[in-house]
Design a protein around this ligand. Structure first.
Ligand SMILES: C[S@@+](CC[C@H](N)C(=O)[O-])C[C@H]1O[C@@H](n2cnc3c(N)ncnc32)[C@H](O)[C@@H]1O
Length: 346
């Protein structure tokens, strides 16, 4: 717990450092917060009562079965004694593994729901950790407070991803490492499933028969499909815009924001870092309706590592950063943010 308090800076210096978040983006962020507060990540995969031992066990069983390579991608065994910050802890599956591996763990999440669910997990297992409700765009931690910053499927849900990466860099100690997963733009899911299949499916969902067919082949709940149908019927043109397709077809029909990055755009986000390495992972059999579940595991692994949906970025903070270099890096990232948003809007 003392490690946790050392990492928390004076709040006044936080405001001075980054300035206010732009108002339009704050509004989107409010929606992001409300969405994840009402549906904590993965909690929909279990019927066990929230906050019970069985709840956490069934979530973890499901998670590490579906994401076969996740534990290896994090490398928990190498985190003994490290100060680890997880941004966007969800229901705390990795949190528990970090602590069991001997790391000093801190969680930050935009929602009270994720923070308290993870905290409850730690209480039940009698584990130590530090839990903070806060914003990845303005991390409430001192410069250089962590040896590893880990974030899985989070930073593409916040409006200013470039700003979050600058924050990751700031809170890392010199030589510290980041392991961040973002959605991958050059994936089968983005280029084929979202761009084509989900758009065609939207036409199908306008009829009762279409909903039944989609239920059979897409592996999505009837409740979700009916919500998609409602949104399509309200405003078909708006639903079919790529940004809306991406939002609504990644984490549920009411998800307010998702973004996807190419390897090149992710590398630009991490420009301040050195030793940047990317890896592609995760394949969902439902992307090939009817045949996806027949694909043997080795073939699925091949698909995941070439056209998968998860782009992992591993990077290291340089040991030294001089004043002029810091200013130049910040300016570059701000231009990058603007270009990214202009590209999304076009
Ligand atoms: C898709 S869930 C991922 C959770 C977990 N990492 C996992 O893999 O299951 C996204 C999480 O990111 C959090 N989140 C979204 N924007 C955030 C922000 N700006 N700052 C901190 N957390 C944020 C949400 O509250 C939510 O818990």
């Amino acid at each position: 717990m003392s490690l946790c308090l050392e990492a928390l800076p004076q709040l006044t210096s936080l405001t001075d450092r980054n300035g206010p978040t732009p108002p339009v983006q704050s509004n989107v962020k409010k929606q992001v917060q409300t969405f994840w507060q009402n549906s904590p990540c993965d909690s929909w995969f279990t019927n066990e009562a929230r906050g019970t031992v069985d709840f956490y066990r069934s979530l973890d069983d499901h998670r590490y079965k579906v994401h076969r390579r996740l534990a290896a991608a994090v490398g928990f065994e190498k985190t003994r004694g490290l100060r680890v910050l997880e941004i966007g802890c969800g229901c705390g599956s990795e949190a528990e593994r970090f602590v069991r591996a001997g790391a000093h763990y801190t969680a930050v999440d935009l929602t009270n729901a994720a923070v308290s669910i993870t905290q409850r997990r730690f209480q039940l297992a009698n584990l130590d950790g530090c839990f903070v409700q806060g914003d990845a765009e303005d991390l409430p931690f001192a410069d250089g407070a962590f040896d590893l910053v880990y974030s899985h499927g989070v930073l593409h849900h916040t409006p200013d991803t470039a700003r979050t990466i600058r924050e990751v860099y700031r809170v890392l100690a010199p030589g510290g490492r980041a392991a961040i997963m973002l959605y991958y733009r050059d994936s089968f899911n983005y280029q084929v499933n979202l761009r084509l299949v989900r758009r065609l499916r939207a036409y199908l969902l306008r009829t009762q028969m279409g909903i039944k067919l989609a239920r059979k082949f897409c592996g999505e709940s009837e409740e979700n499909l009916r919500r998609h149908a409602e949104l399509i019927n309200q405003d078909p043109a708006a639903y079919l815009e790529m940004q809306s397709i991406l939002n609504r077809n990644t984490d549920g029909p009411d998800n307010p924001l998702s973004q996807a990055f190419s390897k090149a755009s992710a590398r630009r986000l991490f420009e301040q870092f050195r030793d940047i390495r990317t890896e592609i992972m995760f394949w969902n059999p439902n992307w090939l309706p009817g045949i996806g579940k027949l694909i043997p595991e080795p073939a699925e692994d091949w698909l995941a590592s070439h056209w998968g949906w998860h782009l992992w970025i591993y990077a290291q903070k340089t040991n030294l950063e001089f004043g002029a270099e810091r200013a130049r890096n910040r300016e570059r990232s701000e231009v990058e943010t603007r270009v990214h948003w202009e590209a999304l809007a076009s």
